[in-house]
Design a protein around this ligand. Sequence first.
Ligand SMILES: N[C@@H](CCC(=O)N[C@@H](CS)C(=O)NCC(=O)O)C(=O)O
Length: 210
Amino acid sequence: LIRIWGRANALNVRKVVWAANEVGVRCERIDAGRGQGVVDTAEYARLNPNRLVPTIDDNGYVLWESNVIVRYLFARYGTDKLYPTDLQARFDAERWMDWAGIDLLRAYRTAFNAYTGNNPSARTAEITQESFDKTNVLLAILDQRLADRPYVMGEHFSMADIPAGAIVDDWMNLGRLVPGLMNLKAWYGRLRERPATVPAFWGNGTISIL
Ligand SMILES: N[C@@H](CCC(=O)N[C@@H](CS)C(=O)NCC(=O)O)C(=O)O
């Protein structure tokens, strides 16, 4: 049994829940983080000194950092498709995970928070437009990658689809504000059909194609 600490709506928690469901490990999620407490306790700080979510405990093996947890779950419980064993394929996948977790995250979250109510006062600000513009430049790069393949690594779904997929799930909920990107939208549609994304995605993502 794997324990996952983290509130269900947190981006980084959703990646881990998704990965756990892909490999079908038995897991128990414990609400923690903003509005849920737990992270303030000394006990939690011993598990994760950052006091952030997610953290997992796999029979005494404790890990934090969401992308690393996804890699661990797929390497330990998945297949060589989910966690590519060929070294160059693996680092290709790692590259897209880090790109999503660092660059794409940094670009999108200002506009996303402004439009989803976390920070509505920022909605009209120049900074929001800058966030939209930067996100669209990055998503166009992923869209290009997906022009000739159904998933980031090719024919098969893998760990490379998770960090970008979770962010794109947020982004697609902005609906009509997301123009173009047809390859990306088709890929997002494929991800939504996976049973494992049901508990991890918002579920209300209406893909409006402008
Ligand atoms: N790099 C870390 C970031 C973790 C992080 O920032 N988690 C957010 C939620 S996505 C958090 O804990 N925020 C405060 C809270 O919810 O209490 C990871 O990917 O796991």
